[in-house]
Design a binder for this molecule. Structure first.
Ligand SMILES: Nc1ncnc2c1ncn2[C@@H]1O[C@H](COP(=O)(O)OP(=O)(O)OP(=O)(O)O)[C@@H](O)[C@H]1O
Length: 386
C-alpha cells in the first residue's frame, strides 16, 4: 500500500534526515515509527503526503508513484493527525470534523451527518459535544476530534504524528485502547510516529525502529523485543524488554497444562484418591458441559461430594489474553496457576497456565518462530528482564 524505495532527504543546510530508506506497509497495517528525537520519523511521514519532497528515491501509494500525483489530490487520500491537533478555534466540533467533506464539496447535510457518525465512533456523543468549541474540550477530547476529522473523508491511509503525545499517561492509554478498537473497525493503513517504545509496541502490527535517519529493525513487536537486530535496538527497547514482551505474547492453547479434572457430583474420597494417584494436590472442578465450576484441594476431600468442597476460581483468563495479564492475575490472586477458558465467553475450560508454562510460552515467542530462530535460541534473561 505504501512503499519506500531508497528514499533519502537532505535538508538545505546539509542535514541528512533520512538516509536510503526502503520499506513497505501493507494495506490495513498499522506501522509505528519509533526512535529518539531528530532521527527522521516526522520527515519520513511528511514525505508520504508531500509536505516534504525527498531528495532521492521514490514513494509509492497503491503502486502509484506519489510524485506523479497532484499534492492536493494526494492529501485527500491521506488523513493526517498531529499532536497539536490544529482544530479551528472558531468552528464547532461538528464543523471542525466536517472540514474535509466540506472542502471536497459534499452537501452540507451529508458532511455533518458523516461528522456526527465519526464523533460517535471516537467516543464523543455528537449531541453533547457537536456544538462545543475546541476550547471547551479536554486535551484527550480534542485529540479524538482530530482523529475523527482525519477519518471524515474515509481516506485509505492515515498519518499520525505523535497524536497522543500531549495528554497525560492515563488519558493516553485510554486513547490508545480506543484507537485500537477504532482501527479494527475502519482498518486503515496507518503510519504512526511516536518516541515511546511502549506505545509503539502496544499499537503496531509492525514497528520500524529508527536510528539516525535509518531503520535499524522493521519487525513485529514481539520480534523487536525478543530478538533485537542490533545492540542499538536492544538498548532502545530497554533492559526490561522481557517484561514488555509479556504484553505482546498471547496465551495459546498449546501453552496450557492439563491438571486432573473432577465433577461436582463425584464422591469426595474417591476423587481424593484419584488425585493422589496422579500425584496432584488439587484438581479443577468442571460441570458436565465442561464449564469451569471451581477448584478443590485433595486435603479437603474427606466426606460428601466434590461440590461440597469446591472453591470459586477467581484467577482465570480467556485464551488469547496477554501473558502480562496472566502474570498480573497470578500476582493479584496470589495464585500458583490460572485457569484458561474459551474466548467465546461460554466459559469452557481449556487448561491451566502455571509460572513454568508461562515461562515456556514466552520462550516460544511466535515472532522467534517467524524469524526461523529456534525457540531454545531465543535469549531470555528472565521474565523480569533482570
Ligand atoms: N526544515 C529543516 N531544515 C533542516 N533540518 C531539518 C528540517 N526539519 C528537520 N530537520 C532535521 O532533520 C532531522 C530529522 O528531523 P525529524 O523532524 O524528521 O525528526 P523526528 O524523528 O521526527 O524528531 P522528533 O521526535 O523530535 O519530532 C533532525 O536533525 C532535524 O533537526
Amino acid at each position: 500500500m505504501i512503499r519506500f524505495e531508497h528514499v533519502s532527504k537532505r535538508y538545505a543546510d546539509g542535514t541528512m534526515a533520512v538516509d536510503d530508506l526502503s520499506f513497505e506497509v501493507a494495506a490495513g497495517e498499522l506501522v509505528t515509527l519509533v526512535g529518539p528525537s531528530g532521527c527522521g520519523k516526522t520527515t519520513t511521514m511528511k514525505m508520504v503526503n508531500r509536505l516534504i519532497e525527498p531528495t532521492s528515491g521514490r514513494i509509492f501509494l497503491d503502486g502509484e508513484d506519489i510524485s506523479d500525483i497532484d499534492p492536493v489530490q494526494l492529501r485527500r487520500r491521506i488523513g493526517y493527525v498531529i499532536q497539536q491537533v490544529g482544530l479551528f478555534p472558531h468552528k464547532t466540533v461538528l464543523e471542525n470534523t466536517a472540514t474535509v467533506p466540506h472542502l471536497l464539496g459534499w452537501k452540507k447535510g451529508e458532511g455533518k451527518k458523516r461528522a456526527a457518525e465519526l464523533l460517535d465512533l471516537v467516543g464523543l456523543d455528537p449531541s453533547v459535544y457537536g456544538d462545543r468549541y475546541p476550547e471547551q474540550l479536554s486535551g484527550g477530547q480534542r485529540q479524538r476530534v482530530g482523529v475523527a476529522r482525519a477519518l471524515a473523508a474515509d481516506p485509505p491511509v492515515l498519518l499520525m504524528d505523535e497524536p497522543f503525545g500531549a495528554v497525560d499517561p492515563v488519558v493516553r492509554e485510554h486513547l490508545q485502547t480506543e484507537f485500537l478498537r477504532l482501527q479494527q473497525e475502519v482498518n486503515k493503513t496507518v503510519l504512526f510516529v511516536t518516541h515511546d517504545i511502549e506505545e509503539a509496541v502496544r499499537l503496531g502490527d509492525r514497528i520500524a525502529v529508527y536510528g539516525q535517519g535509518r531503520i535499524e529493525q522493521y519487525d513485529a513487536p514481539a520480534a523487536v523485543l525478543g530478538a533485537p537486530a542490533t545492540d542499538y535496538v536492544a538498548d532502545f527497547v530497554g533492559s526490561d524488554r522481557g517484561l514488555k514482551r509479556l504484553s505482546v505474547t498471547p496465551i495459546e492453547v498449546t501453552d496450557l497444562e492439563q491438571p486432573p479434572v473432577v465433577r461436582p457430583e463425584d464422591d469426595a474420597k474417591s476423587a481424593a484418591e484419584q488425585m493422589r494417584a496422579e500425584g496432584a494436590g488439587w484438581a479443577v472442578v468442571l460441570d458436565t458441559s465442561g464449564e469451569l465450576h471451581g477448584w478443590v484441594g485433595a486435603g479437603h476431600l474427606t466426606s460428601g461430594t466434590v461440590g461440597d468442597h469446591a472453591r470459586r476460581m477467581e484467577a482465570w483468563l480467556p485464551v488469547g489474553a496477554s501473558l502480562k495479564r496472566a502474570f498480573s492475575t497470578m500476582l493479584q490472586h496470589d495464585a500458583g496457576w490460572i485457569a484458561v477458558i474459551d474466548e467465546d465467553g461460554r466459559g469452557r475450560f481449556l487448561g491451566v497456565l502455571t509460572p513454568g508454562t508461562l515461562h515456556e510460552a514466552l520462550r516460544r515467542s511466535t515472532a522467534a518462530d517467524a524469524r526461523d530462530i529456534p525457540r531454545t535460541e531465543v535469549e531470555l534473561e528472565s521474565i523480569t528482564g533482570a
